[in-house]
Design a protein around this ligand. Structure first.
Ligand SMILES: [Fe+2]
Length: 217
């Protein structure tokens, strides 16, 4: 077999394309059943996972094109007639594959609370006000350099009932196994990205695979 280093494809002696299989590094991602995180008790798998072979879609991801996503999708402050309440922020970064290669044309979706810590969702119970000018949902497609960019408002903390007086800060929903992995989850403030008199800027790269992968639940 011969490996094509530039594309990570492998071609068997028969000439047939053989797609690579990506191992899930042991100990990197949090356990699916974690006693300190009560929500995992009912939703974690009870049987060993069945690993399916990677096919072209799993390796390359869907190619969505740029027609489906508009500029409004990635600017959560302009989706209604008025501006939402709260501190305006910019969140940007790159999606990276193993070896730090950028991943272009890939879809990123975000969801978050409004500035008062409330989701716009039918099962939301937190008695904080909804914002008529904020849905908390955004989408973006990475550019040729793997970069994405969202304009939104800083989300609020909210209670989540895991234990007495449990509150989630402005967050991403992960359980984090170690300090190094935790640091890969934190968006860093960037004064160069910050726009004067308008919005704070934050950088956050998403690494899909490998030892440096961003931790996913
Ligand atoms: Fe949340």
């Amino acid at each position: 077999m011969t490996a094509d280093v530039t594309t990570s494809r492998t071609v068997a002696d028969s000439g047939k394309l053989v797609l690579p299989s990506y191992e899930r590094p042991a100990g990197l991602h949090p356990p699916l059943d974690f006693t300190g995180y009560r929500s995992t008790a009912l939703r974690h798998p009870k049987q060993p996972l069945v690993l399916l072979p990677h096919r072209l879609t799993e390796v390359t991801g869907p190619l969505l094109g740029d027609q489906l996503i508009t500029a409004t999708d990635s600017d959560l402050t302009t989706q209604h007639d008025g501006e939402p309440q709260g501190q305006r922020i910019i969140v940007t970064g790159r999606v990276l594959d193993t070896g730090g290669r950028p991943v272009p044309d890939t879809l990123i979706e975000i969801w978050q609370t409004n500035a008062a810590g409330r989701y716009r969702h039918s099962r939301e119970h937190h008695p904080a006000p909804l914002d008529p000018n904020f849905d908390g949902i955004g989408r973006a497609i990475t550019d040729s350099g793997g970069r994405y960019r969202f304009v939104t408002i800083s989300p609020g903390a909210y209670p989540w009932g895991n234990h007495y007086n449990a509150w989630r800060p402005a967050h991403i929903h992960f359980s984090v196994p170690d300090e190094e992995a935790r640091q890969r989850m934190v968006a860093s403030f960037d004064i160069e990205l910050t726009q004067p008199e308008w919005a704070l800027g934050y950088n956050w790269d998403i690494v899909l695979r490998g030892r440096g992968a961003t931790v996913f639940e």
